[in-house]
Design a protein around this ligand. Structure first.
Ligand code: GRF
Length: 216
């Protein structure tokens, strides 16, 4: 029997994106299983969401991150032990280092709350808002050693409205994330995401205008 995608999820906080993934699996729109959720902090609310869904969890502490290589080795070995094929960062506020990236080459995904390569870093929503852009959005990309610069898999635009507030924009960004991340994971589960020799991502079976080209 063919099995779905087996993913390991990295979180640091509320875990609303983790929840969106759990819900998509529950609804049958994402053929995947979450092997384990690892949190960079023991008090992350996302851990409760994982436990609630019966998913094994593991958490690290600030002390452990004093030696980032060791912390990342631990993360890589936990994911390997759980049999994860892909690592999904969902609001993970630490950097993944070579210990994880080399254990899962081109198999670590990240979510960024802006349209990369614009507004890289930890404050993507606020930086875009303060810059006065009219369009921002969310990006799902493969993580590599250059922070926020790995191959882009998918993006979704979010318009900045007249008289928008940072709070309102943040809410719409999160809503876009909750849609896009599970969608990307289901493309991955279907084997439709490939990285070309030029390190650009192609979604198989999609014509340039975004429609499926294979079966109409
Ligand atoms: C998301 O906006 C993500 O893009 C950012 O942190 C937030 C995490 O939210 N890096 P949650 O923990 O998934 O609720």
């Amino acid at each position: 029997m063919e099995e779905g995608l087996r993913i390991g999820v990295l979180i640091s906080g509320g875990g609303s994106n983790l929840q969106a993934i759990i819900d998509a699996i529950g609804a049958g729109s994402l053929d995947a299983e979450i092997a384990v959720v690892i949190s960079s902090r023991p008090d992350a609310y996302g851990l409760m969401r994982a436990r609630e869904a019966g998913i094994p969890t593991c958490s690290l502490t600030k002390e452990l991150y004093r030696d980032p290589a060791k912390a990342n080795e631990l993360i890589a070995s936990e994911f390997a032990r759980a049999g994860a094929d892909y690592i999904v960062m969902a609001g993970y506020m630490r950097k993944v280092t070579v210990e994880v990236l080399r254990a899962f080459p081109d198999r670590v995904l990240n979510l960024h709350p802006a349209l990369l390569p614009s507004f890289q870093g930890a404050h993507g929503i606020e930086d875009a808002f303060n810059a006065g852009v009219k369009v921002t959005g969310v990006t799902v990309h493969f993580a590599n050693e250059a922070y926020d610069k790995g191959p882009i898999i998918a993006q979704r635009a979010v318009m900045v409205e007249e008289d928008d507030t940072l709070e309102a924009l943040t809410e719409r960004i999160h809503a876009a994330e909750h849609e896009l991340y599970p969608e990307v994971l289901s493309l991955l589960a279907a084997g439709r995401i490939v990285i070309d020799e030029d390190r650009k991502v192609r979604v198989l079976g999609r014509s340039p205008d975004g429609r499926r080209s294979s079966d109409g």
